[in-house]
Design a protein around this ligand. Structure first.
Ligand code: ADE
Length: 239
């Protein structure tokens, strides 16, 4: 997948290009990440990318011309056609089903805003989707863009090893993840649940599914609202 990131802080994206699963995706050619800095598309001595808001009020707004030029350059850099996403608290909430849909795209361009936001006319003219990563306000879109990239890249076939496939992720089946344990068998007087020590894979699968269901019901009952429980899931919950 090709991703273009429009940002005045391109170095921040080293958090995904230099570490962990996303870094491996880059070195294996499964993810190509190009950053484009709107400051490169300014003509003044100070490389100004922001200006005061019409109508007054606090804060600054990102100017449309450098952003538009940077977006066009980023779209070119990822092959000429890409879904353009603006990260902002006003956007549609990111969830696993949106992550899976975005992972089907061959190319994305992610626009990270700073200051109070970007001139609305850039959004109208160039942005396909406005996406929020949660109901809180960050100081800029970069961390949100990186959250989106990380979640999307996990879905690309070959990025996760066999033992950690995305199908096993929490949320892949609409449920929270079950608890996990490793050695030692006792820790602060707490034993590992007996069933996990016995090697009966069918019993372990059922124990994990039941734990996921119970957790989801206790912590995030909203996730179960639109979801039809299978016969097995109903039985496990009733046990
Ligand atoms: N930029 C600032 N806050 C954000 C949020 N919650 N989601 C996406 N982009 C943002």
């Amino acid at each position: 997948m090709r991703i273009g990131a429009v940002t005045i802080f391109p170095e921040m994206f080293r958090a995904i290009t230099d570490y962990g699963v996303t870094s491996r995706a880059v070195s294996e050619g499964l993810l190509q990440l190009e950053t484009v800095n709107p400051r490169a598309f300014t003509a003044d001595r100070h490389r100004t990318v922001d200006d005061r808001p019409y109508g007054g009020g606090p804060g600054m707004v990102m100017k449309p011309e450098p952003l538009e030029a940077a977006l066009d350059s980023a779209v070119d850099a990822v092959g000429g056609s890409a879904r353009v996403v603006y990260l902002s608290p006003q956007g549609r909430l990111l969830d696993q089903s949106l992550v899976e849909a975005l992972a089907e795209e061959p190319a994305l361009v992610l626009l990270s805003g700073r200051y109070e936001g970007v001139d609305e006319r850039v959004i109208e003219a160039r942005v396909d989707d406005e996406i929020s990563i949660g109901d809180y306000v960050l100081s800029g879109g970069e961390l949100a863009s990186m959250v989106l990239v990380d979640a999307v890249v996990r879905q690309i076939p070959g990025v996760l090893g066999h033992s950690q496939s995305a199908a096993e992720d929490s949320f892949a089946d609409g449920l929270l993840d079950c608890p996990h344990y490793t050695r030692p068998e006792r820790f602060h007087d707490r034993p590992v649940p007996e069933v996990l020590l016995q090697g009966d894979h069918e019993r372990i699968r059922r124990w994990r599914l039941k734990a996921s269901l119970e957790r989801t019901l206790a912590r995030r009952p909203d996730l179960l609202e639109g979801r039809v429980l299978s016969k097995e899931e109903q039985e496990l919950l009733a046990e």
